[in-house]
Design a protein around this ligand. Structure first.
Ligand SMILES: Cc1ncc(COP(=O)(O)O)c(C=O)c1O
Length: 385
């Protein structure tokens, strides 16, 4: 309902849409009688390898265990340190802590992704890996991270959970280091729950295949302490048609992002997202920074009253929660750019199902919500400090 009582179609931050292809694929799996990990998972893995441009992709149960498997394949464990972004989802940190390693947090750059210089300043003799997060679907500055990993003999783990099909200098997300993707319900490609690890390294792919299957190399031949991290053929069947249509899905998100940027151009008080040269964004989220001091909760409420439902990813630095603040595996540092972003970020709907008039409603709702805020005198302050 709108404020004047008229019925408005709700615009959500994400949208799940399955068609006849997905239905047919799932039905085929159900009728095959093979519902656990089987031939459909193999098909899914082939498409994931094509998406990342890697030799191997290993399907797992979700993106969190994809990160944990990637870290474990790189040898991260107790006594080791991993450098990552504080402006991310809890899964990034949980994966590091589940491996028994210590997490150190570098600041982010103005594009919201891990700042290579800040990350390099945190390297110690205990550092084994650096883990940039391709936040919102934008790859981090990977050439700098690749050079840093070579210089210091570190593993490079990409948290590509949000970045299916994104590129940086012609390289695809998940191909610069070892990649971890999520196929959770809200992701650009989804199987409800699901994940995969991408790599060119045959030994790492092999280790993860054994790890995900109770440590078995062959039936009842246990070679390590394993997990059950397998994906099912039913869930893989949901993602296969979307992976085949990935270019089309990405094009729709890119178009919607361009429309939003044009519609918001007359609001200089906002910082709209900019794609650095050489990168192609996957637009998992279209995230603006509200004016410093704006009442974000009031903006969200005002937009929701117009049936435009936005998101806040993420309202606090990842370690700044009770579970982590005093955890021995968490070394928090000063990250002022990330802190400013966490307090000002607001993600607007950008998914492929949106029409031009939906996007106009999103921009209009944001404009009205901001105009309802107490007047500000300071200009927009890009978080480049
Ligand atoms: C940045 C980031 N890393 C990791 C994950 C974990 O993925 P999943 O939810 O599939 O475990 C997510 C997904 O929510 C994410 O956004």
């Amino acid at each position: 309902m709108s404020e004047n009582g008229a019925s408005l179609k709700p615009i959500h931050i994400s949208h799940v849409s399955f068609g006849s292809e997905e239905e047919a694929m799932v039905l085929a799996v159900l009728r095959s009688g093979h519902i656990a990990q089987g031939p459909m998972v193999e098909r899914f893995e082939g498409l994931c390898a094509a998406m990342a441009g890697t030799r191997y992709a290993v399907a797992v149960a979700n993106g969190t265990v994809a990160l944990e498997a990637a870290l474990e394949a790189c040898g991260a464990g107790p006594g080791d340190e991993v450098i990552t972004s504080p402006f991310t989802f809890a899964a990034t940190l949980n994966a590091i802590l589940r491996c028994g390693a210590v997490a150190r947090f570098a600041d982010v750059a103005a594009d919201c992704t891990l700042d290579p210089a800040s990350a390099e300043s945190l390297i110690t003799p205990k550092t084994v890996a650096v883990m940039p997060v391709h936040l919102y679907g934008l790859m981090a500055a990977m050439p700098a991270f690749e050079a840093m990993a070579r210089r210091h003999s570190l593993a490079l783990v990409e948290d590509a959970a949000q970045a299916h099909g994104a590129t940086c200098e012609g390289r695809r997300a998940g191909s610069c280091g070892i990649g971890a993707f999520s196929f959770y319900a809200t992701k650009n490609v989804t199987s409800g729950e699901g994940g995969c690890v991408t790599t060119d390294d045959a030994a790492k792919a092999d280790l993860i295949r054994v790890l995900r299957n109770q440590g078995m190399r062959a039936r009842y031949e246990y070679v390590m302490i394993g997990q059950n991290w397998r994906m099912t053929d039913i869930t893989a069947a949901l993602a296969v048609p979307q992976l085949r249509r990935l270019d089309e899905l990405l094009a729709a998100r890119r178009r919607n992002a361009a429309v939003l940027t044009r519609l918001l151009a007359d609001m200089p008080e906002l910082v709209t997202p900019v794609t650095p040269p050489g990168r192609e964004h996957a637009w998992h989220q279209y995230t603006v920074l509200l004016p410093d001091g704006a009442d974000r909760a009031a903006v969200l409420d005002a937009m929701a009253r117009r049936e435009v439902h936005c998101g806040v990813y993420y309202p606090a630095l990842v370690w700044d929660h009770d579970a982590y603040r005093h955890h021995p595996g968490v070394v928090a540092g000063e990250t002022p750019v990330a802190a400013a972003m966490a307090s000002r970020c607001l993600s607007l709907p950008v998914h492929p199902a949106l029409t031009d008039s939906d996007l106009e409603r999103v921009a209009a709702a944001l404009r009205e919500a901001l105009h309802a805020q107490p007047r500000r005198t300071q200009p927009a302050n890009a978080p480049t400090a």
